[in-house]
Design a protein around this ligand. Structure first.
Ligand SMILES: Nc1ncnc2c1ncn2[C@@H]1O[C@H](COP(=O)(O)OP(=O)(O)OP(=O)(O)O)[C@@H](O)[C@H]1O
Ligand SMILES: [Mg+2]
Length: 242
């Protein structure tokens, strides 16, 4: 077994995460460009080009923060990485899979199996219990109810207090053991203390389960606590917080 693979399989270790260099590539974006043509027609000025030719490589075990001003295109970028949207040009690869070659069914399977997605707003289904919400992606892929609920319980944990719905969304995103966790301002809707708790929870889960995580955040303090920070500015991705 190669070193890369054995490290990749070392899930659940509480050892400090090794540096990214030499680790398996989980996600790679090449020459990613996103333009809104409809805006071009309305404004007649060549359109809204959010970014052009972005390159991005996410290695196994990395915790990457994406920061940038409102409207910079952070959510759009995350949508492209999750096969929730298609780029104007360029490619996103997850292992050998080229996202742009997916059929609608393959894209849905990719989102169910390989991506854990956390939205700024929790989007929990109110007619179901918290546990059922967490079990939903497993039920959606045909797992029996008893096994799905049992696995959901592991991720949700015991004490669920009133306002911690984001904890449930996080458990729901991770219950399928996705290859990558994508979180779009997961603390953006929370007060300072709750935001700190949820960020701490993400950090804890990231370490305990050897996750690969990409977090969009406006909170520069949280960003600084991630292993790597990327700033989306004027259509380019820059390394670091500067
Ligand atoms: N379907 C669309 N058609 C045209 N323009 C769009 C569309 N979707 C998003 N935009 C525009 O693209 C830009 C980037 O949006 P995006 O949501 O990716 O930014 P963001 O960096 O996530 O901002 P925020 O920090 O406010 O969440 C915005 O100006 C937005 O209005
Ligand atoms: Mg956004």
């Amino acid at each position: 077994m190669s070193e890369g693979i054995s490290r990749f399989e070392n899930e659940g270790s509480l050892e400090p995460l090794p540096v990214a260099a030499g680790r398996a590539v989980v996600l790679r974006a090449v020459g990613l460009t996103k333009t809104y043509a409809a805006v071009a027609n309305a404004a007649g000025n060549g359109g809204l080009e959010l970014f052009r030719g972005l390159n991005l490589t996410i290695h196994a075990g990395e915790m990457v923060a994406i920061v940038g001003e409102s409207g910079a295109g952070k959510s759009t970028l995350l949508h492209l990485l999750a096969a929730l949207d298609t780029p104007t040009a360029g490619e996103v690869w997850c292992g050998d899979a080229r996202l742009s070659s997916f059929t609608a069914k393959q894209a849905a399977d990719f989102r169910n199996r390989d991506v854990g997605y956390v939205w700024q707003f929790h989007y929990l289904l109110p007619e179901f219990t918290a546990l059922e919400n967490v079990a939903m992606p497993l039920l959606a892929r045909g797992m029996g109810r008893a096994s799905a609920m049992e696995r959901a319980r592991v991720w949700l944990g015991e004490e669920l207090s009133g306002g911690e719905q984001q904890r449930v969304s996080l458990a729901r995103a991770l219950v399928t053991k996705p290859k990558i966790l994508l979180a779009d301002e997961p603390t953006g809707d929370l007060d300072g203390k709750t935001a700190e708790a949820v960020f701490g929870l993400i950090q804890g889960l990231h370490r305990a389960h050897g996750l690969t995580s990409v977090l969009v955040t406006h909170n520069l303090e949280f960003a600084g606590r991630c292993g790597r920070v990327l700033r989306l500015r004027e259509g380019r991705l820059e390394e670091g917080l500067a």
